[in-house]
Design a protein around this ligand. Structure first.
Ligand code: AHR
Length: 519
């Protein structure tokens, strides 16, 4: 037995085990699982990714320091331009000479939109950031006509009114946007142009149809319920899919979690609710497909997910004082360590459901409920930046289903919650990564990983995100208060690795194939 000293601790040790095999395949992970979201809201665009004149910005006004941080997150797709914003947005306002673009009232967020940053700027920015665009069309105040026009503008090469206007506006090459959202949260009374499930299903069907007539290579996402707790959840999916099943490719899910009563064991179990939400929506899709005798299987786009609640009171005050202001600091949640743990848990859930969830967007990316924050002078990583970065970096390949045995607990809303939750991904180069969350507030856990089915694996790295204060945050002056560290304690015996997983911690355990030639 090779020992790297699993030192003893005063706190009681609990044990958990995990068995993995190459055959325990869930699915090939779609790289679009690591998407994010930029909405025209608060300081996401103006003062976030775009800040002309700032010494950190380039000639396009793009903040280079922010782009560098986005690149480290390896964000595959970025949803844009909303969100609630899109339901009152005229895409035509956002193209052409800047000085001629109109300023508009944004009724979704009670602010003023200057349209200085628009479709061309976004596509250029996404390219610089190494991401693909996912574009939402307005099904609130508009419909199929404006949707088919924007597809023609963005994707048709030339020789038509809208494509030639794009070329005139400086983009000879089409943008080639492959992924489109059919509106946003259309079931919600807060949405401009809210619809019933039947009304939305009809609109989504006709819109998807003509968008695909313009460009048959695109994929479209129909709006599912705004969140699991919507009173119409379930019936919304069934009724709207009844109208549009054959013309859409994905159904959206949105979910934000909160911890208003400071109930940590319950908060950390919330990704179990996310698992159930995903399974229910997949079943609803299959029920409609079954009823229609369809050969088609719909997949899911979890295109808004995160923790969101810290900024609620502050936002009320900001809007009270400055209704119709521009680039107000709205939705600027400051994330603490416990939020990062749940975000890790949500990433585990996404991987566990990667057979159905093909697209997911951490909402959002910069300043607005975001992993990246900016000031005029700098930018820094919030606590939630780290788990997203880890899974985006090491979670590409084939998702495997670990068989986990863990002690359990019960929380306010959930029974039989395993202290250890985990997911695993086998990369193309045969390296293996286990992502593990320890939800125990008291105990570190000795996690034994049985990897005998893999042969010749060696532990490459054990990265741990841990802090003794669950309310600890990162800030501009102290950006690394909550940051990952590497652990070196483990024992190994004949393909079994035992590691210490600290109480309340997020863990990334990376294995690579040992070079047997070298012994
Ligand atoms: O991400 C913030 C908002 O949350 C989005 O605009 C909306 O879609 C959701 O309600």
């Amino acid at each position: 037995m090779e020992e790297h000293s699993l030192s003893s601790s005063n706190k009681a040790t609990k044990k958990a085990s995990l068995v993995l095999d190459k055959d325990y395949v869930i699915a090939a992970v779609d790289e679009r699982l690591y998407g994010s979201f930029i909405e025209h809201l608060g300081r996401a665009v103006y003062g976030g990714i775009y800040d002309p004149g700032n010494p950190n910005s380039d000639q396009n006004g793009f903040r280079r320091d922010v782009i560098e941080m986005v690149k480290k997150l390896n964000v595959s797709v970025v949803r844009y331009p909303g969100g609630n914003f899109v339901s009152g947005f005229n895409w035509e306002d956002s193209v052409g000479p800047r000085e001629q673009r109109p300023k508009r009232l944004d009724l979704a967020w009670s602010t003023t939109e200057p349209n200085e940053f628009g479709l061309h700027e976004f596509c250029d920015w996404a390219k610089e950031a190494g991401s693909k665009a996912m574009y939402a069309v307005n099904l609130g105040t508009r419909g199929p006509d404006s949707a088919r026009s924007v597809v023609e503008y963005a994707n048709h090469r030339s020789g038509s009114f809208w494509s030639d206007l794009r070329r005139k506006n400086g983009a000879e090459e089409p943008f080639g946007i492959k992924l489109w959202c059919l509106g946003n949260e259309m079931d919600g009374p807060w949405q401009i142009g809210q619809k019933t499930a039947h009304e939305y299903g009809r609109a989504a069907n006709e819109t998807a149809k003509v968008m695909k007539w313009v460009d048959p290579s695109i994929e479209v996402v129909a709006c599912g319920s705004s969140f699991h707790g919507m009173p119409t959840f379930g019936s919304w999916e069934l009724e709207m899919l009844d109208q549009c099943y054959e013309n859409v490719d994905y159904v959206s899910l949105h979910q934000y979690y909160t911890n208003p009563t400071n109930d940590l064991p319950n908060f950390l179990a919330k990704n179990i609710g996310m698992d159930a939400f995903i399974k229910t929506v997949a079943s609803l899709c299959d029920a409609v497909g079954g009823k229609k005798h369809s050969k088609k299987k719909l997949n899911l786009s979890f295109d808004e997910w995160n923790v969101w609640y810290h900024s609620a009171e502050q936002d009320k005050q900001i809007l009270k004082q400055n209704r119709w202001g521009q680039s107000l600091p709205l939705l600027e949640d400051v994330y603490n360590f416990e939020d990062a743990l749940l975000v890790g848990g949500m990433l585990i859930t996404l991987l566990r459901n990667s057979d159905r969830v093909k697209i997911a967007c951490l909402a959002q990316l910069v300043n607005v409920i975001a992993p990246i924050m900016t000031s005029k002078a700098s930018c820094w990583a919030q606590t939630i930046y780290w788990p997203f970065m880890h899974v985006s970096q090491y979670g590409r390949g084939t998702a495997l289903r670990p068989v986990i045995k863990s002690p359990l607990y019960s929380s306010t809303d959930y029974d039989d919650v395993p202290f250890v939750d985990a997911a695993a991904v086998l990369a193309e180069d045969d390296s293996l990564c286990i992502f593990a969350l320890n939800r125990s507030t008291e105990n570190h856990i000795e996690l034994s990983c049985d990897l005998r089915a893999f042969e010749n694996l060696c532990l490459e790295e054990h990265i741990v995100l841990q802090h003794n204060d669950v309310k600890a945050v990162n800030s501009e002056s102290e950006p690394y208060t909550v940051a990952p560290r590497t652990y070196h304690e483990y024992e190994t015996d004949d393909g079994k690795f035992t590691l210490r997983v600290p109480a309340l911690s997020w863990n990334v355990i990376r294995f690579s194939e040992q070079d047997t030639e070298k012994g």
